[in-house]
Design a protein around this ligand. Structure first.
Ligand code: PMP
Length: 404
């Protein structure tokens, strides 16, 4: 047998199967994949794996169980043989419930065919479909800095340019900060309130200015609202999380079920906005994800009408613990929602965020360097989605280290 001498990489090696060629994968990898760097967060998790009994304040999901009614609905779907594909856009009752929610919260019209919803494989799934539909090579999308780790990868994924909007030091992505970044190639502005990694919730007046700016410039506002139910009492307005959707239907709202109901692994999200845009997203979904997981669609259908306020308020108390412990020592923007605080490493320590996190990890506390979420490395992200005893112990250790 002659082995192929294919320049794309099929070569013989001294593998235990000497007659079987081994594929050299490296030359096959696309520039797109190479341009995405996920090493920062991996390094933290690798370090963490070496720790015995770490106090883990790095987790991006809530630590309560999925509500019983939601579990039962998913289990019943499986048992009643609802395990096949659904329509690309998801089951009709789930789309109807999402639409009803947008109507109740933001006044979106129930029956107007010019707006539509679709069920996506996680909020990430909705975001990927949106950028694939919107961005051509050379186009631009404005995202906040600090950002959710996925946002910079949307550039390499589409060949577009991700323009970061620095929101230091208060982490508010205001129209004033966005405006100078808009150019002839800008197609979208991505807003994330409450934010990962800062937990900051914008006020309705700030959001209205962003909506108007985008509308004036003919740019699509994409609102990543995955934490919209995770909002503490002091950040609510009209009893709900402030959202751009109260100012119109000419935007793309991306929502998720994973954080609110602690079912991040179910991969459930939705998108809502102009029907012409959602139709293009459905076209891509049909040939990529196909549909969101069927039993999970039935599961989250049971979430409508369920209140998570007791759980969210418990997180609000943990937020207070974080602020009480750290605000006397350093600068922490007050999280109005989600379960993160973005904490400044006091400049007098002379440490980068990464160096501080190495110290914290050496003291058993796992937090993530700001550099993972930002062009800057002056902060760290602390997640308070942890048991209260762990949080208290972790805060004690961090306070000591932050005092220097
Ligand atoms: N957006 C933000 C701001 C997030 O923090 C996350 C998850 N950490 C996502 C989107 C992705 O969510 P999902 O798991 O639903 O894909």
């Amino acid at each position: 047998m002659t082995l192929p001498s294919d320049p794309r990489g099929l070569v013989a090696t001294d593998s235990p199967h000497p007659r079987r060629p081994t594929l050299v994968v490296d030359p096959l990898i696309s520039d797109r994949a190479r341009a995405i760097d996920s090493s920062g967060i991996r390094r933290v998790f690798d370090l963490a794996a070496t720790l015995e009994n770490p106090i883990n304040l790095s987790i991006g999901q809530p630590n309560f169980p999925v509500p019983e009614a939601i579990k039962r609905a998913a289990i019943e779907a499986i048992e009643h043989d609802r395990n096949g594909y659904t329509p690309t856009q998801g089951i009709a009752p789930l789309n109807a419930a999402i639409r009803q929610r947008l109507h109740d919260r933001a006044g979106w019209r129930i029956d107007d065919p010019s707006i539509a919803t679709t069920v996506t494989s996680g909020t990430s799934g909705g975001l990927v479909l949106a950028v694939m539909v919107l961005l051509d090579p050379g186009d631009e999308i404005v995202v906040p800095d600090p950002y959710f780790v996925m946002y910079p990868s949307l550039g390499p994924l589409t060949g577009s340019r991700v323009v970061t909007c620095s929101t230091y030091p208060d982490f508010r992505m205001t129209a004033e900060r966005i405006e100078p970044l808009l150019g002839p190639r800008t197609k979208a502005v991505l807003l994330n309130s409450p934010s990962n990694p800062c937990g900051v919730v914008l006020r309705e007046a700030e959001i209205r200015d962003v909506v108007e700016l985008c509308r004036d410039r003919g740019v699509l506002l994409i609102s990543d609202e995955i934490y919209d139910e995770f909002v503490f009492d002091d950040a609510l307005e009209h009893g709900v999380c402030p959202t751009p959707s109260r100012f119109g239907e000419d935007m793309l709202v991306l929502g998720g079920f994973g954080k609110t109901y602690a079912c991040t692994g179910w991969r459930m999200g939705f998108a809502a906005g102009p029907a012409a845009l959602i139709a293009e997203m459905n076209k891509l979904q049909q040939y990529t994800y196909v549909c969101a997981p069927t039993p999970a669609q039935y599961g989250v259908l049971a979430s409508f009408g369920l209140s998570m306020r007791p759980q969210v308020e418990a997180f609000g108390r943990r937020r207070d613990l974080v602020l009480e412990a750290l605000q006397p020592i350093t600068t922490v923007a007050r999280p109005g929602g989600a379960f993160y605080a973005f904490v400044e490493v006091p400049p007098h320590l002379g440490l980068s965020g990464t160096e501080f996190c190495e110290q914290a990890i050496a003291n058993r506390v796992l937090v993530i360097p700001g550099r993972v979420f930002s062009h800057r490395d002056t902060h760290f992200r602390l997640s308070f989605a942890a048991a209260e005893s762990d949080l208290r112990e972790g805060l004690e250790i961090l306070s000591r280290l932050l005092r220097g």
